[in-house]
Design a protein around this ligand. Structure first.
Ligand code: PLP
Length: 426
């Protein structure tokens, strides 16, 4: 089939009639599918059921350094959990601070602490007239929700295939002391799957921000979440690059085992310079006497070490891979070459990012909903929910089964085609 833009008005009208008929047929099937969030499927969760067995009433519940994990104490995490999360974060153990069950929670706390108490002795952000964050777009809606919640002004920065537009980042942070941070998902980014190039990471490490309390919020949520064994993205480790560049305090790295073990029941951590870790601890000591050490212990007993975790991630990949490939196949077969959309083919992570013709994304998501398919709301991948081109849609293939995905993809491409034809007809 020719690109839609090359069709005559008559051809478009005829096509619209055919597509509407197909759409009514699909609608009549009464499908109910939710592809809105990047949740692991039941089969993926089952991979970690052993976590429930490694500890029981007969287990030795004492950590390697003699701490009874049933009791109070150990603010920064038991030694073996610090080692595991430090290895996962590719930093020395002295640069890791273990938190609770969610990295998003650590990010929220970090922004909250900067608002109320400032970072390492600098003026609390709440006392400043204006605080701004750079937001590579499209990006993760919950990052944007945190900064919006605190009234921080968000500035869009285009996300290129190599990472954020660094010319823009360098210029803005150097000029404007109100810019205090940037949200980054450096590997298998949510939602594009983009991984930052070495040059981008190095340019981050060499930033010269006007604000001395500027921090890079480096959310490495998908650090070991590859889809393939033989094709994978590798990124430079930022903390080390920052140390080499003489900017050791400029980065907060966030990580969790959410999509390794059980989301919401995993372990989260902050990786940063010792000065940043001490600053975070000075706040944390008022929040808690210590996080869930039994959870830390069972994770280490279950995974043992990074090779154990990599092995486990291969099992996740075996479940996820056919799902991504199914969606990509349907997109290619049904709309490849029609000029009505482009999409990413990530090597890892949890999402495929789709860009429709300008001004169509909201209508496509609404159309899909009519046929029983719930997608992430259009606009969610931009600060304030406002996609200036109304074109980006996040596809989350992880949760449905492959069979359900085939149905979901059929509804999606039909919605894209219909809305695009309507747009071209004006
Ligand atoms: N960061 C990114 C980029 C995510 O995509 C997600 C979940 O989808 C999270 C953080 C949530 O992490 P956690 O479960 O550790 O709070």
């Amino acid at each position: 089939m020719k690109p839609y833009s090359k069709l005559t008005k008559e051809e478009l009208k005829k096509l619209k009639g055919q597509l509407e008929k197909q759409f009514e047929e699909v609608k009549a099937k009464g499908i109910h599918l939710d592809m809105s969030r990047g949740k692991p499927s039941k089969a993926q969760l089952d991979l970690s059921n052993g976590l429930m067995d490694v500890l029981n009433g007969d287990s030795d519940l004492v950590s390697s350094d003699g701490v009874d994990c049933r009791n109070y104490g150990v603010l920064d995490g038991i030694t073996e959990a610090r080692k595991l999360l430090a290895d996962m974060s590719e930093v020395p153990e002295r640069n890791i601070l273990i938190y609770g069950n969610s990295s998003l929670n650590v990010m929220f706390d970090t922004v909250s602490r900067a608002m109320t108490h400032g970072i390492m002795g600098s003026t609390p952000w709440c006392k400043l007239d204006k605080v701004k964050f750079l937001c590579p777009v499209p990006g993760y809606d919950r990052h944007f929700a945190i900064t919006e919640y605190f009234g921080i002004e968000m500035i869009n920065v285009p996300l290129l295939p190599t990472g954020p537009d660094m010319d823009m980042v360098e210029k803005l942070v150097a000029e404007d002391p109100a810019i205090k941070g940037i949200w980054c998902v450096p590997k298998y980014s949510n939602p594009t799957g983009v991984s930052y190039s070495d040059e981008t990471v190095r340019r981050f490490a060499h930033l010269k921000p006007a604000a001395k309390d500027f921090r890079i919020f480096w959310d490495n949520a998908y650090s070991i979440h590859h889809l393939y064994d033989d094709k994978r993205d590798v990124i430079l480790e930022l903390l080390n690059e920052c140390v080499k560049a003489g900017n050791p305090d400029m980065v907060f790295k966030f990580i969790s085992t959410s999509k390794v073990s059980f989301p919401g029941s995993g372990i989260a951590a902050l990786a940063a310079s010792r000065a940043n870790i001490e600053d975070a601890k000075s706040f944390m000591k008022f929040q808690t006497i210590g996080h869930d050490k039994l959870n830390q212990l069972r994770h280490v007993r279950f995974f043992k070490d990074m090779p154990g975790m990599y092995e486990h991630m291969r099992k996740h990949a075996a479940i996820l891979r056919p799902k991504f490939e199914k969606v990509e196949d349907v997109l290619e077969k049904e709309i490849g070459g029609l000029g009505i959309g482009t999409w990413t083919k990530p090597l890892g992570g949890y999402f495929i990012s789709f860009d429709s013709m300008d001004g169509c994304a909201k209508a496509i998501v609404a159309k899909a909903k009519e046929a029983g398919l719930i997608m992430t709301g259009a606009g969610a991948t931009f600060p304030y929910g406002k996609d200036p081109k109304d074109s980006n849609i996040r596809i989350a293939p992880s949760f449905p089964t492959v069979e359900e995905l085939a149905q979901a993809a059929e509804i999606f491409v039909l919605s894209v085609k219909l809305v695009s034809v309507e747009k071209l007809l004006g």
